[in-house]
Design a protein. Sequence first.
Length: 107
Amino acid sequence: MSRVKFQTLTEQMFYTLLCLNEECCGMAILDKVPSMTEGRVNIGSGTLYTLLEQFSDAGMIRQTKLEGRKRSYVLTAKGEEMLEKEYQRICAQASDYRRFFGGEAGR
């Protein structure tokens, strides 16, 4: 059975959308993600630009500026909804962990 596109988000997808809560260009996203995750998550430029195109085609982001080759984007209502849905899914996973392991981290 094939996976439904954007049913769940990878870390790279999640943080790309999170960056686009405010207008941002691709290069800024490449800098912001490692900074906001303390180096835990990195996105390659090929992956990022593929994601931006897919998110745009899906109506989750929209282009706001085009200056030469530099494009800026921002979340749409659909993108905000997807980001919130993924956040709730992650919270449910954390809740399940705490329920089964009594809140103990690093077992």
